[in-house]
Design a binder for this molecule. Structure first.
Ligand code: BG6
Length: 490
């Protein structure tokens, strides 16, 4: 089965940070895949901008290497690669000084009527100054768009200042803040499941849902990003953005229409309904950990960093509560961590037991119904139900899974990488899957007091086993409510 391809309008996409990791690993492969699928019109250009002096030919050679490394072998079609490389041009621009800006302006001259997107695949320290220079050089046309990605600030105050800086150059409707989790197929599917089916929504509330577990477990450690990560930690790196976005999509009210502000208004309401966590309750409802090592086999976080001490957390668990009519009394347990026993991300909605059990002697030990949306790996949906065990000899009950893996159910459709969807949405001018400035600030407003509470704790983050399930404190956090985490399984 092949998916429907709707070509986008001609565009110029300028990537600042053209020689960086994000460009090589994600952006070039994503653009190539869309080109191969026939989505890019002939007059679409990708312009690399970076500080290095380099000819377009040399950048094309780098890009080819990136495709060979990061695109699956079976998707590398020589004709398509050649066509894609033909779209690439390079301009030397220094994000931190005036060098190269007139050359960039010249490059874009005469194409003012086209969509023009500027992807800032550079460190956040440059976001504000690049936006300013784009404006000063008259490059912010009516159809100009700015794309930025985390970290969007370090706390509420810095996120606010960044929003002000970006909005001084671009209108909010031209700013695309990426959270790549929103580009994942299963995350979008969550909205389809909830709002395009009559089945789930009537049960999607505190009356029927016992609790929700959102897990993003990783096996990787620092991956050479120690400098960034140690300043950030799992709370800023994962919870402030990815996990809260997943929580919002799970908990939000159905928007009246499926459009950018409809969806984002509802997500914002969820963020603003989160019960505050601060020094007075943080011990009861949060846990933090840091991965340890195993002699001769795996390095600990500190060994990975080459430091003697650090209080940065690589694991977070939180019991979040949403104070509104739909969710009062139904906790949302969030957890994320690096170097855990499996790479596994899911949203699990655990329903309440039936209100009256007519098989009381059989019901012992039966688990509640659960709807599990697997984000990765093996994107899919599972519904855990109770059924009769087949065979004569009386009524015996057991659990069974109604299991759907998207790749099988949808007949082998390729699951596109999040960036393919997101970059095309920018060109189309669709902001539904991007965070609005006020959302980012609302997320920080909830996170800041938790970080402040932790800063006052004398005990360091609990060290947990690599390949484990996280620290004991995370278990306590859910066990004290008489519930259990789902197993982290590959
Ligand atoms: C990034 C974080 O945003 O998401 C990384 O900075 C993390 O630390 C990554 O590893 C996880 O993304 P994915 O798509 O692999 O789940």
């Amino acid at each position: 089965m092949s998916s429907v391809i709707i070509p986008v309008d001609p565009f110029d996409l300028v990537i600042f940070g053209a020689t960086g990791d994000l460009t090589r690993r994600k952006l070039l492969p994503a653009l190539y895949q869309r080109d191969r699928a026939g989505q890019l019109p002939p007059d679409a250009r990708v312009i690399g901008a970076a500080r290095t002096e380099m000819a377009s030919k040399a950048w094309r050679a780098e890009a080819q290497k990136a495709l060979e490394e990061f695109v699956p072998q079976e998707d590398l079609d020589p004709e398509a690669v050649k066509r894609f490389l033909g779209r690439l041009e390079y301009v030397r621009v220094d994000a931190g000084s005036e060098t190269g800006w007139p050359a960039l302006a010249k490059h874009l001259e005469g194409r003012e009527a086209l969509v023009r997107a500027f992807y800032l695949a550079v460190g956040p320290a440059f976001f504000g100054s690049i936006a300013e220079r784009l404006k000063a050089h008259g490059l912010v046309t009516e159809k100009a768009r700015l794309i930025v990605e985390k970290p969007l600030g370090h706390d509420l105050a810095s996120a606010h200042a960044l929003n002000d800086q970006l909005r001084a150059a671009f209108p909010e409707s031209g700013i695309y803040r990426i959270d790549h989790y929103l580009g994942k197929e299963t995350v979008q599917n969550l909205m389809a499941l909830r709002f395009a089916n009559a089945l789930f929504e009537p049960l999607w509330n505190a009356q029927y849902v016992d609790h929700v577990q959102i897990t993003v477990a990783e096996t990787v450690g620092l991956e050479g990003r120690g400098g960034y990560y140690d300043q950030s930690g799992a709370m800023r790196d994962m919870v402030q953005n990815h996990l809260l976005q997943l929580l919002c999509l799970t908990a939000m009210e159905p928007p009246a229409v499926f459009d950018a502000d409809g969806v984002r208004d509802e997500k914002l309401k969820v963020l603003r309904s989160l019960a505050p966590i601060s020094a007075s309750n943080a011990h009861d409802v949060t846990a933090r950990g840091q991965y340890g090592g195993r002699k001769g086999e795996k390095k600990s976080y500190l060994e990975d960093l080459g430091l003697q001490a650090s209080n940065t957390e690589t694991f977070v668990a939180i019991k979040a509560e949403i104070r509104n009519w739909r969710w009062a009394g139904t906790p949302f347990y969030l957890r994320t961590g690096k170097r855990l026993r499996a790479r596994s991300s899911e949203i699990a909605v655990i329903f309440r037991h039936p209100p009256h059990m007519i098989f009381p002697h059989l019901a012992q030990g039966l688990r509640r119904n659960a709807l599990i949306m697997r984000l990765q790996p093996d994107e899919g949906v599972t519904l855990r139900v109770t059924v009769k065990e087949p065979g004569p000899g009386g009524m015996r009950l057991r659990e069974a899974a109604l299991d759907m893996t998207f790749a099988d159910a949808l007949n082998g459709v390729r699951m596109p990488d999040a960036y393919e969807r997101l970059v095309m949405d920018v060109i189309r001018g669709d902001q539904t899957l991007f965070m609005r400035g006020d959302e980012v600030e609302a997320a920080w407003a909830w996170i800041d007091p938790i970080l402040a509470a932790w800063a006052g704790w004398t005990e360091p983050p609990a060290v947990y086993d690599p390949d484990g399930r996280g620290p004991e404190d995370a278990l306590r956090l859910i066990h004290q409510d008489g519930r259990r985490w789902r197993e982290i399984e590959p």
